[in-house]
Write a protein that binds this ligand. Sequence first.
Ligand code: ZN
Length: 246
Amino acid sequence: MNFFKSAAMAAALIFLGTPPAMADGRCHDDGRIYYAVIDAGHAGREYGATSWNGGHEYDYNQRFVRELTERLEKEQIPYILSGFHPDKNTLPDRTDKTGPHAVFLSFHHDSVSPIYCNLNASPCETDYAAGYSLFVSSRNPYYGPSSGIASEIAAELRREGFKNSVHHAENIPGEGRPMLDRNGVFQFDDLVVLRKSRGPAVLMEIGVIVNRRDEARISSRKVRSRYIDAVVRVLKRHIRLDNPGS
Ligand SMILES: [Zn+2]
């Protein structure tokens, strides 16, 4: 899929201007955020989770990010897309456009530990978990602001009537993430994109695509647009539009 090289990218760069941090090659960290770096998780050949009906997480992530960036352009909220490669999941490249003046948001769709897949279901299908989850890393230098932004997104998602999942907090191998906020914010220190981001960073699992009902819910454009409403409200609160570099 080539949409990252398309008009959306060109429009995004027009809105962005020059991040002030890059004007003289040095970063002056005044805590101000001027743009978002938007990341669609995974890549074509390394597509992430498989939905209950055989869909690729990559395609779900792309669809959500495409609709989110359309909205950002409409609202004139400055953003750039991450250093995403359409074929390869090159994790370090995803954060190469981050900095202290950007908030990095990575969008994914969730699955569960194989122990919760229904017996004989292939691909995995379960009713065990449903809902969104948000992650931050304490190894990110902006852990405090990251947690704050994640909590605000979670609160806005709750306001929209969405529920979070708690399965990532469960004490089983591969999970056990501390819950930082009862609205569904978890600490996940080793997630590479969160750890390597040079500014505040949040990873969002939008819903659980191995759950038939959750997958149907987030396959509705109307529902996705309410997720986007929630994210946009938080970005509007944090992104300053008086970028001196633009
Ligand atoms: Zn993912």
